[in-house]
Design a protein around this ligand. Structure first.
Ligand code: SAM
Length: 273
C-alpha cells in the first residue's frame, strides 16, 4: 500500500455482525467507525487527501503476473471502484489500451479526470457498481475489483449490494470474460456472494501474503489454491499470513448470455418479498 490506512473492515463488521453501536454497519478500526459503504465517506476522504495516490492491499507490480495471465492487453476493461489507486495508470504503462474506471465518488472522478486528461487509455465515470445500466450487456472483456466489494460489505443491506454488484458485472462481461476480485475476504466470506444463482463462474483462487509479510510461504503463490465442492479452503490448508489477500479469478461461462441475467428490478422485488 502506498500509505497507512485503517483496515477496511475486520470480519466482524460485515453484514451487521458488529456495527460499532451506530445502528448502521461500518468498518471498525482502532475504535473508530469508518462508513466504507457510503459515498459520503469516500467523498470526504478524497477531499481530505486531495487525490493523493493510494493503492489498497496490493500494487500492480505484485498483481501483474495474475493480470497478465488472465487479461490480454487489448481487453476492454472495467476498473470497479478505482479510487486514487495507481493500478490503472500502471496497467496503461504496461500496454493496456482501454480501461474504463468507475467510482461512486464524484469528487474522486473529477480529480482523476484532471490528473489523467492526457492518458487516452483511461476513462473515468461516476457510477454506482450496483447499477451500471449506462453500459450495455456483454460490453467488457474483463472487470477488476480491488476493495470495492469489501466496501459494500461494510454498508447497509450488504448481501443485496453484493448480489447487485456481482449480477451487474456478470451482465457486462462477454461470455468467457473474466472478473478478477482482489479482497481480504476468504472463500467462506466471498464465494457465497460470487455464486449468485444465475452466474456460472468458473472460479480459480490465488492467495497472496500482504506486502511486507516477513514469514515463510511454503507454496508458490502463483499456483492456484484448490477449493472444496462447497467453495471452502481444503481442510488442513496452512495460511501463513492470516492477513493474506485473495484473488478470485472468475471466468464467465460461455453458455450464458446477458439475456438470461435477472434485472436489478428482479433483485429488488426478491428483496422486498
Ligand atoms: C477500498 S477503496 C479501493 C480503491 C481502489 N480500487 C484501490 O485498489 O486502491 C474502495 C473504492 O470503492 C468506491 N466505492 C464504494 N462503494 C461504491 C459503489 N457502490 N460503486 C462504485 N464505487 C464504490 C469508493 O469510492 C472507493 O474509491
Amino acid at each position: 500500500m502506498s500509505s497507512s490506512s485503517p483496515p477496511l473492515s475486520p470480519r466482524g463488521a460485515e453484514e451487521g455482525e458488529e456495527d460499532g453501536g451506530t445502528g448502521s454497519s461500518g468498518g471498525v478500526g482502532g475504535g473508530t467507525v469508518f462508513s466504507y459503504g457510503e459515498a459520503g465517506y469516500w467523498d470526504a476522504r478524497y477531499v481530505e487527501e486531495g487525490g493523493a495516490p493510494y493503492d489498497w492491499y496490493q500494487r500492480y507490480a505484485a498483481l501483474r503476473p495474475f493480470v497478465r495471465r488472465f487479461v490480454p492487453p487489448a481487453s476492454r476493461l472495467l476498473m470497479i471502484g478505482c479510487g486514487s489507486a495507481l493500478m490503472s495508470e500502471d496497467m496503461a504503462a504496461d500496454g493496456y489500451m482501454e480501461i474504463i474506471n468507475i467510482d461512486i465518488s464524484s469528487v474522486l472522478i473529477e480529480m482523476m479526470r484532471k490528473k489523467y486528461f492526457n492518458l487516452p487509455q483511461l476513462q473515468y465515470m461516476q457510477m454506482d457498481v450496483r447499477d451500471m445500466s449506462k453500459f450495455s450487456d456483454e460490453s467488457f472483456d474483463c472487470a477488476i475489483d480491488k476493495g470495492t466489494l469489501d466496501s459494500l460489505m461494510c454498508g447497509v443491506e450488504a448481501p443485496l449490494s453484493a448480489a447487485q454488484m456481482v449480477l451487474e458485472v456478470d451482465r457486462l462481461l462477454k461470455p468467457g470474460g473474466v472478473f478478477m476480485l482482489i479482497t481480504y475476504g476468504d472463500p467462506s466470506a466471498r464465494i457465497p456472494h460470487l455464486n449468485q444463482p444465475v452466474c456460472s463462474w468458473k472460479i480459480v483462487l490465488y492467495i497472496l501474503p500482504r506486502p511486507g509479510f516477513k514469514g515463510n510461504i511454503r507454496r508458490s503463490v502463483f499456483d492456484p489454491v484448490p477449493l472444496t465442492e462447497s467453495g471452502r479452503l481444503p481442510e488442513g490448508f496452512v495460511l501463513e499470513d492470516p492477513d493474506s489477500h485473495y484473488i478470485y479469478v472468475c471466468k464467465k461461462g460461455q453458455e450464458l448470455t446477458g439475456i438470461d441475467s435477472p434485472t436489478l428490478s428482479h433483485l429488488k422485488l426478491q428483496d422486498s418479498e
